[in-house]
Design a protein around this ligand. Sequence first.
Ligand code: PHE
Length: 462
Amino acid sequence: MTQPRKSIHGSWSSRLAFILAATGSAVGLGNIWKFPYIAGENGGGAFVLVYLVCIGLIGIPIMMAEVMLGRRGRQSPINTMRALAAEAGANPAWRWLGWAGVVAGFLILSYYSVIAGWALAYVFRSMAGVFTGATAEGVSSIFTQLTEDPERLLAWHTLFMVMTMIVVARGVKSGLEQAVRFLVPALFVLLLLLDGYAMASGSFDQGLNFLFTPDFSKITANGVLIAMGHAFFTLSLGMGAIMVYGSYLPDRTSVARTSIIIALLDTLVALLAGMAIFPIVFANGLEPGAGPGLIFQTLPIAFGHMAGGGLFGTLFFVLLVFAAWTSAISLIEPAVAWLVENKGVTRVYASVYAGVATWSMGLLTILSFSHWANFYPLSYIPVFEKYTVFDLLDYLTANIMLPLGGLAIAIFSAWVMRRRDSVQELDMGDATAYRLWHFLVRYVTPIAVIIVFLNVTGLVDF
Ligand code: PHE
């Protein structure tokens, strides 16, 4: 490498710090808000199985690839890809992969922040005790009152974006490392508590059955794409978030081991969330396919009826906000790192520019839940018949942009990059493990992504 192998943005203080930060990026609304609602919409068990297979066969190897590229490039994903393409003697156009990631991160954060705003609003609702003794209908009307009011959504979205910009402006290391250290364990404890509640008073068997008994007649080609897209989304892959975090990683750290730990923690959080939510759904005669409001319409029922529910509910939503916060930071970090590197601005200005742009884009999502709630821009395409602007944004990013980004990362790491460079950078010490990784990234990921895409477009039919 010609450029110094050190990031100008600083580096993590230890391997543990990286694990915490990357776990903070991975664990977020994707696990607790999105996973249950898309599993519910896509029939449960079979969807969950496809998702788990994608995490193992695609997610973990791609995470290793992203960390590896980031650590070797030591810059924002755009400049990392440019430098690594030069090193491999490949076309400089690979830097566009970095750009695609910046755009995906911007689009995702624009709606992510609005949903995180719901969680913020729910912190205060729980604190005020509005859920105490509430029925399913009561809880559901509290939810619609919030989401149908664009002004309230705007206020919470603004607050969340400001929170994100403040941490990003201060640098990834100072605030973030500390927050995650306490957040991840606390989140586990609260989820276990909710699982305990679901076990004691929900329809636990029915919930588990829904999540873990695969019924393949319930899953469509589109459902398979959504499961694969979610594997990328939940692990923060395909857009450079993990790559940019990898660029702050100290040299001698096992990429393989850390990636596996992060993926396992992330999956565990999603499954624990699902196991808490579905028993409550069935015990209260609610609809598993209720959509994006699912957790906001189920968990408050549990909080409203358990001893100390006001306190636990408040804590739960506080943790959800934290989980979303640590993910939001990583969504915007690739853009901020690039602005600092190429435009010579300070982190403070860079976060303001990127934050204001994202905030404005968020208005589309706010409208999707209020004035545009019945506006389906692509209703002439059967799959998108009932997709709002928000649904389309989510679909475009999670199910198209991230898997395509992952595909490009796979091709670059296992076809373009020189083998001796990836051997050196991954430093696995075990030739068989390296070969397994190389095989998965070289063949399995590209073929799987392409087949799932062809399948959903109906060009081939499985
Ligand atoms: N992984 C995050 C979540 O599950 C979302 C995310 C996606 C973060 C892509 C960064 C990049 O909530």
